[in-house]
Design a protein around this ligand. Structure first.
Ligand SMILES: [Zn+2]
Length: 142
């Protein structure tokens, strides 16, 4: 079987990097495998928090429960990456910081929108995608 060199494939057709998990993020990626966006909710004070961590930053409780999110939010802020080129990502590509409906913020790539069309406050929806053996997510304009 003949192999194709990566540089012969257009960047938009190359496989994107696979995210890596750890003990704090394992529940998050397990949720993505099930098509769910999960976030930590503190059992002590009810704070919904992201990024995941072992301890609530408000009440210091170590107990938490994963809750399923609606996957909706709005653009709180964004950046457009131009340079240096990232392996297998289109350039430019947008990354948004979203105010999620449940009251936490989440960073993710924005697909299906031109960077010049992005505005603060635009409604977003989460989409799921598979990268090799790992499920991950992205944002789209709602
Ligand atoms: Zn708490």
């Amino acid at each position: 079987m003949e192999q194709t060199a990566t540089q012969d494939i257009p960047p938009s057709k190359r496989p994107l990097p696979v995210p890596h998990s750890n003990r704090d993020y394992d529940f998050f990626y397990q949720g993505l495998e099930a098509g769910k966006l999960l976030v930590q909710k503190c059992d002590g004070c009810g704070t919904v928090r992201n990024p995941p961590g072992p301890m609530c930053p408000h009440c210091h409780s170590l107990k938490w429960t994963p809750i399923e999110c609606r996957g909706t939010g709005t653009v709180y802020s964004y950046t457009v990456h131009y340079h240096p080129p990232l392996p297998n990502f289109d350039s430019p590509h947008a990354i948004v910081l979203a105010d999620m409906s449940e009251g936490f913020r989440l960073i993710g790539g924005l697909q299906g929108a031109r960077p010049e069309d992005i505005r603060i406050g635009m409604p977003l929806v989460v989409g799921f995608e598979r990268r090799g053996e790992v499920s991950t997510f992205h944002f789209r304009l709602a």
